[in-house]
Design a protein around this ligand. Structure first.
Ligand code: NAG
Ligand code: NAG
Ligand code: NAG
Ligand code: NAG
Ligand code: NAG
Ligand code: NAG
Length: 452
């Protein structure tokens, strides 16, 4: 087992921020020569990174402690390694205590090594805003600015539109800009000027940002400007050998548990699919063992955030389970969906909003039947359909085929480590696919605007 986390200290925070700043200042902007070495064709793929004052990114990191927003987690311990968090233990090269809410920081770091960067905004196909949008929302969500949460985003808009080279925005009215908002869109679509304000900010309701492509962890049912991309898991390999050895482990792992559910310990009284799944899991763990599985259902108690930064707690059980149940929690999506895929644990979904209607760039919508199981939540809650019976009825050969298809998806949802080996860079990871999708989306948006 890894050593327990050391208590957060301001030194860690300051060091993390300093290291990041140092890196940014010393890394030269890539020259054309370097770019052509890395990637021969940048046509239609040029990206310009907007220079923003540090109050829109790095300064926000120095307010990472819970002291600044008492009802959210202390994020300071997870800032090292550009937001991947500290390694799980000293010998680890690929496993980190990653907090998915730091995707904004990590994405920024990965953008800096994107091979087709240009210093000239007018030559760029897309413009990246290194604004830590969700981190910047914490003082509205939890802090002193609760009552002005409809202002979230206006400061940076004013900066872009009026203060700093307004022509970069005006050139295409923001249609070529994109940013990352590492959270669920539901937290950011509070109607403007609600009085008194409800939970959340109005970032996605601001007409000022309607034209900007926003990468979120979860989109609304009818998204306009946002697109979901995978949550960060804890696995960030630096080279091909480490990636391959994980894949081999996943493939050869003995699946002695039929199904697994990782979630909070409390069972709600209102009927919902989460409750049904939990009850069925508890119940089936009492049942007589089948010949094939030593356990029919394993429940991982993740109450009070105990699993979040401790991947060993859930990755090992996921490796030995055939299916991972992914009922919606407070919102339809969960990080656990990606942890499960990474472990080759076939996801069982209960509604399309949990993944199929979200991550179309990364997990092709028309192929879900090949690598996942769908059991409509209404059937479970109101028609007494047993998840256990549905899964037991799937023939072995079919389960093996599904797992193979699932394993093929793993590279698409992994965020490889920054500064990884050239070999691993040739594998398209979650970041690369997000950039490809963004460029395509911006291209078609600009065409639409021109046609209007
Ligand atoms: C950090 O917190 C302080 C005090 O709470 C606040 O005055 C400051 O504006 C915050 N900085 C950023 C960049 O949010
Ligand atoms: C891990 O490495 C650091 C620095 O190299 C060292 O200070 C620390 O004691 C090591 N921890 C363990 C548990 O080996
Ligand atoms: C927000 O406004 C309400 C009244 O409208 C007030 O009771 C509350 O204290 C305010 N919250 C903050 C954080 O200022
Ligand atoms: C968004 O784009 C439209 C044209 O497509 C433009 O009229 C509008 O001003 C843009 N919004 C902002 C905030 O720039
Ligand atoms: C619990 O298991 C028993 C015996 O297998 C079964 O009859 C009962 O319907 C199950 N209850 C739930 C809530 O799944
Ligand atoms: C399953 O076992 C636990 C304790 O082992 C018990 O509390 C629970 O009531 C049992 N559930 C059923 C449905 O028998």
């Amino acid at each position: 087992m890894p050593p327990p986390l050391s208590p957060p200290s301001t030194t860690t925070t300051t060091t993390a921020v300093l290291l990041f700043l140092l890196l940014i200042t010393i890394s030269p902007s890539p020259t054309l020569q370097q770019q052509s070495d890395l990637d021969s064709d940048c046509t239609n793929r040029w990206i310009h990174i907007r220079h923003l004052p540090s109050r829109f990114n790095f300064d926000i990191l120095s307010n990472c402690s819970a002291a600044h927003h008492p009802f959210s987690d202390d994020l300071c311990p997870y800032l090292p390694n550009h937001g991947l968090g500290p390694k799980t233990h000293n010998q680890s090269h690929s496993w980190f205590r990653t907090d998915p809410s730091l995707l904004e920081l990590f994405f920024h770091r990965r953008m800096l090594e994107y091979p087709c960067l240009t210093a000239d905004p007018s030559a760029a196909d897309a413009i990246y805003l290194p604004y830590y949008a969700a981190l910047d929302s914490l003082h509205y969500l939890h802090g002193p600015d609760y009552n002005s949460s409809s202002q979230h985003g206006l400061q940076i808009y004013n900066f872009l539109r009026f203060q700093n080279s307004p022509e970069i925005w005006l050139n295409r009215h923001g249609h070529d800009h994109f940013l990352v908002l590492a959270g669920s869109a539901w937290d950011y679509n509070q109607p403007l000027n609600t009085d008194p304000p409800s939970w959340g900010s109005s970032f996605l309701e601001l007409p000022e940002f309607f034209n900007v492509t926003t990468l979120t962890l979860e989109s609304r049912a009818f998204p306009w400007q946002e697109q979901s991309i995978p949550y960060l898991t804890s696995f960030h390999p630096p080279n091909v050998a480490l990636f391959d050895s994980w894949i081999n482990r996943v493939r050869s792992s003995k699946r002695s548990t039929l199904m697994l559910f990782a979630g909070g310990g409390r069972i709600s009284s209102a009927p919902n699919v989460r409750r049904s799944v939990r009850l069925e899991c508890d119940n089936s763990s009492n049942c007589s063992k089948s010949n094939e599985f030593s356990k029919l259902c394993e429940f991982i108690d993740c109450s009070n955030g105990v699993c979040e930064h401790d991947p060993i707690k859930f990755m090992k059980p996921m490796l030995r389970s055939s299916f991972c149940l992914q009922p919606p929690g407070d919102t339809p999506t969960r990080r656990s969906t990606f942890d499960g895929i990474l472990a080759g644990c076939i996801p069982v979904f209960f509604e399309d909003l949990s993944a199929k209607k979200q991550y179309g760039w990364h997990l092709p919508e028309d192929r879900y039947g090949e690598f996942s199981v769908m059991i409509p939540k209404e059937d479970v809650v109101f028609k007494g359909v047993s998840v256990l019976e549905v899964l037991k009825a799937i023939p072995h050969g079919e389960v093996r085929r599904m797992r193979e298809r699932l394993i093929e998806m793993i590279p698409r949802i992994v965020y490889r480590k920054h500064g990884s080996s050239l070999g691993l860079k040739t594998m398209k990871d979650a970041f690369d696919i997000a950039i490809e999708g963004t460029l395509q989306r911006i291209k078609s948006r600009l065409e639409d605007v021109r046609d209007d």
